[in-house]
Design a protein around this ligand. Sequence first.
Ligand SMILES: [Fe+2]
Length: 237
Amino acid sequence: MCVLMSGMQAFAQNVWTVDGPNVRDFGVLFTTRMTVLKLSDGSVWVDSPVPVPFDTLKHITELGPVSYLVAATPRHVWRLEAWHTLFPKAQVWAPRTTPFTLKKGHLPFTGRLSDAPNPEWADDFDQLAFKGNPLIEEVLFFHKASRTVILDDLIQIHPRVKGKLLRNALFKLEGVASPQGGVPIDIRLSFTHRNLARRSLEKLLSWDFDKLIIGHGVCIEKDAKPFVEQAFHWLRR
Ligand SMILES: [Fe+2]
């Protein structure tokens, strides 16, 4: 992956990631990342926006009009607030509200992300709402042109951080330590409707993808599908 002067990382053609500041969730520090795409109609689509320096913001606005602000998981909805202030004309999309939805202010949502691609971006993406979990219903995107799956929280790969013994041990217990990573154990346990989850996994694995962008940890630039299959081994019958 190539890091540009603007702080954006070129992931694939018309696909960039930008790492944001660390945030604390349930007392643990998490890295953050957003995904920026230029759609085939020239507009810019942003998932899970993070605070960025002025230069990065300038570069993003030079790509095209920022038309879509998306939070793919209920846990990232709060991040939309600041970007809605920056781009008040952009559509604002979030998943179905659950008890775990983290929200700030009164965002004028354009709508809720569903299990089918939004007509606005159906030329570029397929999407699925990963069912079977009453607490967190994350939406996954498949960018067809670059054969990339974009996912926020469902799979995480946390590298060891020197000197952070407790954090490293916690991520290992959670089943999300680098290099193999995986679906965090607390999320696995909250999938109470396994048959629904298996159906979502089938749709995910039916996509012809090769790359994986994740919100927390190391992204995968090649042969991502066997990795995703392995990450969901616990869901097999
Ligand atoms: Fe997250």
